[in-house]
Design a protein around this ligand. Structure first.
Ligand code: ADP
Ligand code: ADP
Ligand code: ZN
Length: 213
């Protein structure tokens, strides 16, 4: 099963993608996580990506598409995957579609996690991330057991550089301009499914399971 998660920054794509990955035993592939791992390890890709990310902009398609296609070509992706944060532009979606077509394959579902802009800024300022294992928490809605510490790996939790309110506004604008058109793109292909992302995380997950079966 090949699944794409769509939605604004902070809509809950990552939170749901991790639960889907676990339930269906498929890898969770997040381009944001791949970039952050590269930044942490000081790679050349990380240096290039960080500039765009901190400005609230998208990393250019040329860089992003290559790392994504390399990732999904790995063996653990053979039976499917859940993409979180990719595609974010129509050209990215087209490249993915063409690459899959060559293999006689296609995406099965594009799930749009729908959350209005008003809720997003609040979500993002409360988001705390573990840069070591990729776990995500929310100080009010989904708190860690011990404040500031990752439940999974015990590392310190941080507010991401790009989750400051000014940057969130910019990212929302970029989302509406460049990513939202993907809703029409996947509607035309008859694979778009929408869920109400303002519900609590377990309810959203149940709605997704009802779609995926
Ligand atoms: P969020 O889930 O909060 O939107 P992500 O972790 O998916 O955040 O992405 C963080 C940043 O990484 C984005 O704002 C963007 O700069 C960059 N990024 C991630 N995925 C892509 C992509 N597919 N195309 C371009 N830039 C990306
Ligand atoms: P995205 O990957 O779309 O950027 P995240 O999954 O990182 O979004 O979620 C953004 C923030 O909102 C995180 O702090 C997360 O813990 C929190 N969150 C996720 N889903 C919900 C929900 N259904 N209700 C309330 N908060 C949520
Ligand atoms: Zn952790």
């Amino acid at each position: 099963m090949k699944i794409i998660m769509l939605g604004a920054p902070g809509a809950g794509k990552g939170t749901q993608a991790k639960m889907i990955a676990e339930k269906y035993s498929i890898p969770h592939v997040s381009t944001g996580d791949i970039f952050r791992a590269n930044i942490k390890n000081g790679t050349e890709l990380g240096k290039q990506a960080k500039e765009y990310m901190d400005a609230g902009k998208l990393v250019p398609d040329e860089l992003t598409v290559k790392i994504l296609l390399d990732r999904v070509a790995q063996e653990d992706c053979a039976n499917g995957y859940v993409l979180d944060g990719f595609p974010r532009t129509i050209p990215q979606a087209e490249v993915l579609e063409d690459a899959l077509k060559k293999l006689g394959d296609q995406i099965d579902y594009a799930i749009n996690v729908d959350v209005p802009d008003e809720n997003i800024v609040r979500r993002m300022s409360g988001r705390r991330a573990c840069l070591k294992c990729g776990a995500t928490y929310h100080i009010e809605h989904i708190p860690p057991k011990q404040e500031g510490i990752c439940d999974t790996c015990g590392s310190e939790l941080v507010l991401r550089d790009d989750d400051k309110p000014e940057t969130v506004q910019k990212r929302l604008q970029v989302y509406h301009e460049q990513t939202q058109p993907l809703i029409d793109f996947y509607t035309e292909r008859n694979i778009l499914k929408a869920v109400d992302g303002t519900k609590d995380m377990k309810e959203v997950f149940n709605d997704i399971i009802a779609i995926l079966g």
